[in-house]
Design a protein around this ligand. Structure first.
Ligand SMILES: [Zn+2]
Length: 309
């Protein structure tokens, strides 16, 4: 399993007391350095996403607005700020997702984990939202489709929040199946079961709401009983995981109660789908998670499960 990680992801700083801080990731990077998972190959060098890659899913006007924040601290929505390095760091995160998809499709390794920030799944085609500047999973899915010629891509999103941006970007697209479990009602307010896609994309969005306090059982039931048959019927050629770990029992924002065992069971399902559908190809991209212990538990579960199969 490949692990895309960089100290540069610590340079995006939304400001004091913001939950999406460099402190989310710093202890996880240090711990993985001290106690690496067997079978994991770290990758530290790749190119930032180009404007053409970003503009497959974001409007040129929005990409221009974001680029204009370079070197500055700008408030883009009530929860979302840039710092001077944010434009470069966000492009580096999208670039890591693209590089990971290319490596996995080339067969360099079956699995990859992109340990990046800021997160991406709330970012819409023309707007930053909910700590997210660029939608890395969407950029990676569009790259797999348009540059690498894959016909069907799954985005599995177990973050505690609904990935409104990813859903909206592919809502009318039958080649990208978007499946999300998330707490409802909750931020950002979307992700109801009746949101199933539009036009040719009807039936290619699946939303699985969870209730406050739900733990491993409800979380895993959503993925094994409701998501799994749809995923296997879709037969993706690549699995992207919008890997949010704010379902963690100790997360200060999430309000669910998923444990390490839940993360391990979810990771082993992902790799089972990948083995069944798409010669094992799975790329995990970090989304939310505001307790470093929860992020570490989730990341290690994905790395172990990936290294094992
Ligand atoms: Zn989240």
């Amino acid at each position: 399993m490949l692990l895309y990680r960089s100290e540069r992801f610590l340079e995006h700083d939304p400001g004091p007391a913001h939950p999406e801080s460099p402190g989310r990731l710093r202890p996880v990077l240090a711990s993985l350095e001290q106690r690496p998972e067997p079978g994991v190959r770290p990758v530290g060098d790749w190119a930032p996403a180009t404007r053409a890659m970003l503009e497959r899913v974001h409007t040129p006007a929005y990409v221009g607005r974001l680029e204009a924040t370079a070197g500055r601290r700008v408030r883009l929505d009530p929860d979302t700020w840039t710092s001077p390095a944010s434009w470069e760091v966000a492009r580096l995160a999208s670039g890591a997702a693209v590089a990971a998809v290319e490596a996995v499709v080339r067969g360099e390794d079956a699995h990859a984990f992109v340990l990046s920030r800021p997160p991406g799944h709330h970012a819409e085609a023309d707007a930053a939202l909910g700590f997210c500047l660029l939608n890395h999973a969407a950029v990676a899915a569009a790259h797999a489709r348009q540059a690498l010629g894959l016909e069907r891509v799954l985005v599995a999103d177990p973050d505690v929040h609904h990935g409104n941006g990813t859903q909206a970007i592919f809502y009318a697209d039958p080649t990208v199946l978007y499946v999300s479990s998330h707490r409802l009602p909750f931020y950002p307010g979307t992700g109801w079961p009746q949101e199933t896609g539009a036009g040719p994309g009807e039936g290619f969005t699946l939303n699985l709401p969870l209730r406050a306090g739900d733990g491993d059982e409800a979380f895993l039931r959503a993925w094994t009983e409701e998501a799994e048959p749809r995923i296997l019927a879709f037969q993706p050629e690549l699995i992207l995981v919008s890997a949010g770990f704010d379902t963690w029992k100790g997360d200060p924002l999430g309000g669910l109660a998923v444990t390490e065992a839940g993360f391990r069971a979810f990771a082993s399902r992902v790799h089972a789908w990948a083995r069944t559908c798409c010669p094992g190809r799975a790329v995990w991209i970090l989304e939310g998670g505001y307790d470093p212990a929860g992020i570490e538990a989730g990341v290690r579960a994905a790395l172990r499960s990936g290294a094992a199969g």
